[in-house]
Design a protein around this ligand. Structure first.
Ligand code: ARG
Length: 463
């Protein structure tokens, strides 16, 4: 077995079961880049501050770059027997440079090292998630632009409620993903302070220049308390929370697409490349992607829970429990990325059955509110108008008519106020077009909303 770097105090080798149990290399190996960049910045700072010689600093930086290249082009494999990625890189450096390599860990602990690596990794991943969210928003906007006039029923309690357009419905999701972007921006900003230099828990007596290292690593500032610096995992909890919330949004969209694909709705049809068949039922075309997104949302909520519960009882400062942060946050990151990446082309190729949406809108009395509003505009109080319209609906059900097809004589029997202009007032197109309030479904308003998103969120985005 490999000799441990901390072997000095010990008289026995670690039991191999403990070695495996303790090791995090199988999952923290993905942070090799962040670990090497963190070490390069640290070594550069040590040289600048004369804590190690400039010559040693340069040798270390140069060899760390070589290690990075070797890992990237497959000339060096990560040793899965190593304790973690930090130990592996340092051991490799020492293998190559001897005593010079052993100077890298001066004025540093794995506790501040793992904190800075993980923060850098999460920061980078937030940028990737944000780019995917923007692509998703762009896809929804394209779909909305093609469906500004596509009338469909809006629902409450899963009952047809009032007429909207498909564009209006899609733009609701754009707003959700817009808030998700803001949440990721906020999280990024809050985690943008560098913990390196916190040492094991109480900094160091060397004259390190933390602000310099931070500037090399692209952090805006440095953490101001070393105990907090090494034991803060808010950035993991917060990112996991932002991911879980965004996944809930993706899951709700998925749920709607699942419904819309059913024979009961037939509002949309997925492209063959984004649907799957059944092993026994030849007629089936299943929306598996959306079901998986809905299912995977559970994992991201679970990961958030893992992180919160993992942290809640920990005294300051570093505790090994915190090694468990990585699988949870990595899984959430991987999950949201694969979900958005798969949803985008699925949405972009989805066929919209405009006629079926309209047909659904024509049944279910979704213009009843507009019928009541018609009476109000003729001078009635809303409550009276509501009651009259209720009787009309009952009449329609009795005669198997809709409000649009019920003869004017029947209208007049219930209230003399009705005239033939009621038909125009309650036509679905009018109902949608006249809802011109900010936030409403009128094509004119939704178009403006789309323009706002284009001018703000998507302004740097190429077609
Ligand atoms: N693998 C550890 C982790 O992920 C690195 C920090 C270990 N520090 C220590 N004092 N054992 O948290």
């Amino acid at each position: 077995m490999n000799e441990k770097m901390w072997q000095g105090r010990f008289q026995k080798e670690l039991d191999s079961r403990v070695n495996d149990f303790n090791s995090s290399i199988s999952f923290d190996c993905r942070m090799y880049k962040e670990d090497i960049l963190g070490s390069i910045a640290h070594a550069t700072m040590l040289g600048k501050q004369n804590i190690i010689s400039l010559e040693d600093s340069k040798l270390i930086v140069n060899e760390l770059n070589n290690i990075m290249n070797d890992l990237e082009n497959g000339n060096l494999q990560i040793d899965m027997q190593a304790e973690d990625i930090h130990m592996f890189i340092e051991a490799e450096l020492t293998k190559r440079l001897g005593v010079v390599g052993k100077r890298l860990h001066t004025a540093r602990s794995r506790n501040d090292q793992v904190a800075v690596d993980t923060k850098m990794y999460v920061k980078n991943q937030i940028n990737e998630i944000k780019a995917l969210l923007l692509d998703l928003i762009k896809t929804l906007i394209d779909l909305a632009e093609n469906n500004l006039d596509t009338v469909m029923p809006g629902y409450t309690h899963m009952q047809r409620a009032q007429p909207i357009t498909f564009a209006h419905h899609l733009m609701a999701y754009v707003e959700m993903f817009k808030r998700d972007l803001s949440r990721f921006n906020n999280a990024y900003e809050l985690m943008d302070s560098m913990p390196l230099g916190s040492g094991a828990l109480a900094t160091t007596t060397y004259n390190i220049d933390r602000e310099y290292t931070a500037s090399l690593l692209g952090f805006s500032n440095v953490t101001l308390n070393s105990l907090d610096g090494v034991s803060d995992r808010d950035f993991c909890m917060e990112t996991a929370s932002d991911i879980a919330i965004a996944m809930v949004h993706l899951s709700r969209l998925s749920e709607e697409i699942i419904l819309w694909c059913s024979w009961e709705f037939k509002f949309v049809e997925l492209d063959d490349a984004y649907a799957t068949g059944s092993s026994i039922m030849p007629q089936k075309k299943n929306p598996d992607i959306t079901e998986l997104v809905r299912g995977k949302t559970a994992r991201t909520i679970g990961n958030l829970n893992t992180l919160l519960v993992m942290m809640k009882g920990l005294p300051l400062a570093y505790n090994k429990d915190m090694q468990e942060d990585k699988q949870a946050i990595f899984d959430s990151i991987d999950t949201i990325k694969i979900c958005i990446s798969t949803m985008i082309p699925m949405l972009a190729t989805m066929k919209v059955n405009k006629q079926n949406m309209l047909n659904a809108g024509q049944k279910g009395f979704i213009n009843a509110t507009d019928c009541a509003d018609y009476l109000v505009k003729k001078g009635l109080a809303f409550r009276d108008a509501y009651k009259i319209t209720g009787s009309l609906v009952a009449k329609c059900i009795e005669l198997n008519e809709t409000l649009d097809s019920l003869p004017i004589e029947e209208y007049k029997k219930i209230s003399e106020v009705f005239d033939v202009d009621v038909y125009n007032a309650i036509s679905l197109n009018t109902c949608v077009k006249e809802r011109k309030v900010i936030g409403g479904p009128s094509p004119e308003v939704v178009k403006k909303h789309i323009q706002i998103i284009k001018d703000t969120l998507l302004k740097d985005k190429k077609e």
